[in-house]
Design a protein around this ligand. Structure first.
Ligand code: ZN
Length: 251
């Protein structure tokens, strides 16, 4: 039986996701920024939490960890250095969740400890604060070449992969993307779609890799028109990516 997903909002713009295996009744939650929001999502779905997967150490992903763990007894998997983790994992590790394979992808850049959880059987990846809809995470702990190397790991997944990210930053990312890639018809169409979604208070997450490859400027430093617009025709992809990331910080 396929896994079921339930996304829920918390704080001003965060998303968490419950991952449920109907055959065993096991349920994992991706990140625990706010315990109350996790409990509300569990109540709404009627699912019982068995596992918690932490992407990185930032407060809006971990503040609820202790309370969620103490009230549910869930098993916590995540990167080294975070209090309350039962199973410390790193990139290229994998584990089984209710018979489904979960592969860890280390994507440093936003933070050094960032882990993305990839479920190949479900064709789904949880990208934390690494890859957003038409955007990518701010570089708090890493640099441009490091983040570009991380994003390339995600770009190598099958194009139909469904991407859950941890923030609803889409409208701001869309405005910036248009400034970098104004002639991109796929981007223009995507921006129209997400504007309509947000006007109706519909989440723009999840997205999928094929759409991001076509519209997300942070995945497109090789694009001729983007390079020409930046005056970086002969630069490396990492250099173009770094310039785009710098411009986003100033946008
Ligand atoms: Zn973060």
């Amino acid at each position: 039986m396929p896994l079921q997903f339930h996304q829920f909002a918390y704080n001003s713009d965060n998303y968490g996701v419950l991952v449920h295996d109907p055959a065993t009744g096991k349920t994992a939650c991706v990140d625990a920024g706010e315990a109350g929001a996790v409990f509300e999502a569990l109540k709404k779905t009627g699912w019982t939490l068995s596992d918690l997967w932490i992407t990185h150490h930032h407060w809006d992903h971990t503040d609820g960890l202790a309370e969620v763990k103490s009230k549910t007894g869930c098993h916590v998997t995540g990167p080294e250095g975070i209090k309350g983790i039962d199973a410390v994992v790193k990139g290229s590790d994998s584990f089984e969740f209710a018979g489904h394979r979960v592969e860890l992808i280390h994507t440093p850049g936003h933070t050094l400890d960032m882990l993305n959880f990839y479920l190949p059987g479900a064709g789904t990846v949880f990208t934390g604060d690494t890859l957003f809809v038409m955007g990518c995470g701010r570089l708090f702990e890493g640099d441009g070449p490091m983040m570009w190397a991380s994003l390339q790991k995600l770009m190598a997944l099958p194009p139909e992969t469904v991407i859950y990210c941890a923030h609803e930053y889409t409208l701001a990312s869309a405005a910036f993307a248009l400034s970098i890639d104004p002639g991109n018809a796929a981007l223009q169409a995507k921006v129209d779609r997400v504007k309509a979604m947000r006007a109706s208070d519909v989440p723009t997450v999840p997205t999928d890799l094929a759409t991001e490859l076509a519209t997300n400027p942070f995945l497109r430093p090789a694009d001729k028109d983007i390079r020409a617009g930046l005056g970086m025709v002969d630069a490396t992809d990492a250099e173009v990516f770094t310039e785009i990331r710098t411009r986003k910080d100033q946008f």
